[in-house]
Design a protein around this ligand. Structure first.
Ligand SMILES: C[S@@+](CC[C@H](N)C(=O)[O-])C[C@H]1O[C@@H](n2cnc3c(N)ncnc32)[C@H](O)[C@@H]1O
Length: 296
């Protein structure tokens, strides 16, 4: 991430959720009505025309096949997981790399039950906070904004200085972020979660297969996305796909880092349970959730 520049990928992600919100209700995979308020003006203008929206989605599907379905599918999945954890009595929610995630504002069940910490790269968070003030008139009392660059390894300091309570049962959501950070930042963040959260705390995040990043994954869909990112993504953003996990190794990876009860959600699951639409699914991305191992 570049000093002073808000995230390009956060803007794109919320644009896909906005496009999904424009679809008829019974056809939507995820339901994020606040996406229309967080999305950039250029996308809101496109969204006013059904034809332009269709063309934009067609172009997105041609350029990054499977990405739109994957993003709205994972949001739906993580929303359901959050709902289950709220019912299960979480006392804090930490959203890592929050971007324009709107869960703190659209899950009324959180209010009065769980304080929300939104952690993000400072420049992205600054823009988010301005948008939140514009939408709601002020910053909500139950949300704490924690500016952190994961690569600078200051997550622990940032959270603890902001009133995060290590003893509480906490859910950490890390959606659409891990490919962009270093392996050291990944380890550092997981170590913080494993060592500094109350009994029954858990984490949900998504990750990409290492083979998709080093070019060894053969599928044409993935090669196309890699090449496109080199041509179009790299000139406009410093966000790089730099971290992946070996296919099939997630359970061991998380077990070595202080987690158990690991559930890996593959593209095949998304295909059967979530994706009923015409789009191709992204095969190299998974969602995973796990519980923090009890401290001895
Ligand atoms: C693809 S966006 C996902 C945003 C949001 N979680 C969502 O799903 O809509 C990636 C997010 O990761 C954040 N991010 C990327 N690198 C980061 C870093 N080194 N430190 C902190 N945040 C980072 C960006 O600011 C951005 O908000």
């Amino acid at each position: 991430m570049k000093e002073g520049k808000p995230s390009f990928t956060a803007e794109g992600t919320v644009a896909f959720r906005f496009a999904e919100w424009l679809a008829p209700e019974d056809e939507r995979m995820c339901h994020d009505p606040l996406a229309k308020d967080f999305v950039a003006t250029k996308f809101r203008i496109i969204g006013k025309s059904r034809l332009l929206t269709k063309i934009a989605l067609w172009c997105a599907e041609r350029l990054v096949p499977g990405m739109v379905s994957y993003i709205v599918g994972r949001t739906k999945y993580i929303d359901a997981y959050l709902k289950a954890r709220i019912d299960d009595g979480i006392e804090q929610l930490v959203i890592l790399g929050a971007g324009y995630d709107s869960r703190a504002y659209r899950f009324d069940e959180l209010k009065g039950k769980a304080k929300v910490f939104e952690v993000d790269f400072p420049a992205t968070q600054k823009v988010k906070m301005e948008k939140v003030k514009r939408i709601f008139g002020s910053l909500p009392d139950n949300v704490v904004y924690v500016p952190v660059d994961f690569d600078e390894k200051k997550l622990g300091d940032g959270l603890c200085e902001s009133g995060y309570d290590k003893k509480l049962k906490t859910l950490f959501i890390w959606e659409g972020v891990t490919p962009y950070i270093t392996a050291e930042a990944m380890d550092e963040t997981l170590a913080f979660v494993a060592k500094n959260s109350g009994e029954g705390s858990s984490i949900i995040f998504d990750y990409v297969f290492k083979s998709a990043l080093d070019g060894t994954y053969e599928r044409e869909q993935v090669q196309r996305i890699r090449k496109l990112w080199e041509r179009i993504g790299q000139p406009v953003t410093s966000e790089r796909f730099c971290f992946g996990i070996e296919e099939g190794a997630i359970e061991e990876f998380l077990s070595q880092r202080g987690f158990y009860q690991v559930e890996n959600v593959t593209a095949e699951f998304f295909e059967s349970a979530h994706f009923k639409g015409p789009h191709e699914t992204l095969k190299v991305w998974c969602v995973v959730y796990a519980t923090v191992k009890p401290q001895k």
